[in-house]
Write a protein that binds this ligand. Structure first.
Ligand code: NDP
Length: 480
């Protein structure tokens, strides 16, 4: 199957007629082709986006809101088709795509359809000078949205929905590894009445299509989610052009477990926070620190639960884990397993490829638990982004905090305790953009989302996203 770019409201081939293979990770084989777009495709898309901007940015909020709601309905109407496509492209269990990824993509549009109608700006009256200041929030113009492969439609729409709601036109590039649901979204947008040129989806590689988006002078802002290294590169490339940037990057999230926690709830949630989506969620808790008094018990119980997890073809209903996204990613993750001892760890469970009957070439890996003796080892410092967690005991609260904060990353952290003082103290002092206490990945779309340190710059979610996708302009009027 060949997918196409979505430019000016219609599907079209890449101008070069050059194509890339698209793999189904559950079988390890090519199942389609995607455009290998170059700077000419980006150039053409940007010209259409620029032309569409004056009309789109002057559309009423009610009209924009109405179209966004129709897109949400369009996604919901195709839930099964989109979930199947997502699962096939990414390797994630279809049950996860059906219950989480695709519904969340619809929620993203529904949420911003409402948020934009409530997005008020400030005014300040200065009585001494007889002036009144008011702030206008103007759409930026043409913006670039670049998203990763782990939650393809979920993260793609998390950028696109607020950008469109705020009145911008978009050049979007989904990950080349998982382009399918973004492709299907084009038609849904057309059917919902989104005017041609408002959303343009250009498929291709990061260092060609992505590069062209970064370098195009008419694309004024970049919203990016992906790896920290890529984020660094994007920041460097865009700095001389003073492009506005939102960077949602990698993580190495700590999970702090105290002896006074609600043990059963902690155990089942920790299983999920470790291995959901094969551990390929930026918010997964990849470093587990456990208070020493319950360490031995936790180790025994956790491993026994991990060993019950089913690794299977993503379409199988009982699959807890499906396939990793690509061969190269599988090999990268496996490298940490092969060198676990050199990298400071001891494998306690898992660590091997899984041979799924009938799908022997698929990229399946056992959920893996590694015990580490210090936080400085590579296993605890580098983002692995796969079904691997490390575990390690601690004695005191201060030590737990030091371990948790002891990486270059700062995306999210989870704390399990019934002690309110401790929860408040850690909530205040953990170096992370998001702290969950006695829960994980509980998301209210009104809340700010993003990381500190090497996990990113800027925040998505709620009005933060609408602020990113608009420029504030202050107008000051003097009166007598
Ligand atoms: P990458 O950084 O490799 O890629 C992300 C996107 O950027 C892809 O569309 C990619 O295209 C594109 N890209 C790559 N190189 C360039 C370039 N030079 N210029 C412009 N665009 C480029 O990340 P992954 O797709 O591997 O995603 C995994 C990473 O994303 C992990 O580090 C994870 O932690 C992070 N992530 C962060 C989240 C957050 O909210 N903080 C949420 C989810 C994931 P291509 O696919 O062709 O390489």
């Amino acid at each position: 199957m060949k997918i196409k770019n979505y430019i000016n409201g219609a599907y079209q081939k890449p101008l070069s007629n050059d194509w890339l293979d698209n793999y189904d990770p559950s079988v390890g084989e090519v199942y389609g082709q995607i455009p290998n777009s170059n700077s000419h495709d980006v150039e053409e898309a940007t010209a259409f986006a620029k032309a569409a901007f004056p009309a789109w940015s002057s559309t009423t909020l009610e009209e924009r809101s109405r179209i966004l709601l129709k897109i949400a309905e369009g996604i919901e109407a195709q839930l099964e088709k989109l979930a199947e496509a997502e699962s096939r492209d990414n390797g994630k269990p279809i049950s996860l795509a059906t219950t989480v990824d695709i519904p969340r993509a619809a929620s993203n549009f529904r949420f911003f359809a409402n948020a934009i109608t409530q997005f008020a700006s400030e005014s300040h009256e200065s009585t001494g000078t007889n002036t009144i200041n008011f702030t206008l929030r103007k759409p930026i113009g043409v913006v670039g949205c670049i998203s990763p492969w782990n939650l393809p439609l979920y993260l793609f729409t998390w950028k696109i929905a607020p950008a469109i709601a705020a009145g911008n036109c978009i050049i979007a590039k989904p990950s080349e590894v998982t382009p399918m649901t973004a492709y299907l979204l084009g038609e849904i947008c057309t059917n919902a009445g989104l005017p041609a040129g408002v959303l343009n989806i250009v498929h291709g590689l990061g260092n060609t299509t992505g590069k062209a988006i970064l370098e195009h002078p008419d694309i004024k802002a970049i919203s990016f989610t992906g790896g920290t290294k890529t984020g660094e590169h994007i920041a460097r490339t865009c700095a001389p052009m003073f492009k506005k940037l939102s960077l949602e990057l990698g993580g190495k999230n700590p999970n702090l477990i105290f002896a006074d926690c609600n043990y059963e709830e902690m155990l089942s949630t920790t299983l999920r926070s470790s291995f959901a989506n094969q551990g390929q969620i930026c918010l997964c808790g990849s470093r587990i620190f456990v208070e020493r008094s319950i360490y031995a018990k936790f180790k025994r119980d956790f491993i026994s639960r991990v060993e019950e997890l089913v690794v299977a073809h993503p379409a199988q209903e009982n699959a807890n884990l499906g396939a990793l996204v690509s061969k190269s990613h599988l090999e990268k993750v496996e490298d940490y397993i092969k060198h676990a001892e050199d990298y400071g760890g001891k494998i306690l469970s898992g660590g091997k490829r899984v041979n799924v009957d009938g799908y022997e070439k698929g990229y399946y890996l056992q959920p893996t638990v590694i015990e580490v003796s210090n936080n400085h080892c590579r296993l605890n410092q580098e983002e692995i982004f796969g079904p691997i967690v490390t575990i390690m005991p601690f004695d005191k609260d201060d030590e737990a905090l030091r371990l948790a904060n002891g990486t270059k990353y700062g995306l999210s952290a989870t704390v399990w305790t019934q002690n309110l003082d401790r929860a408040m103290r850690l909530g205040n002092t953990l170096e992370a953009g998001i702290v969950w206490i006695n829960t994980w990945m509980n998301r209210d779309l009104r809340t700010p989302f993003g990381g500190v340190k090497a996990s990113g710059v800027g925040r998505e979610g709620g009005f933060e996203a609408l602020r990113f996708f608009t420029e504030a302009k202050n107008v000051c009027i003097k009166y007598n």
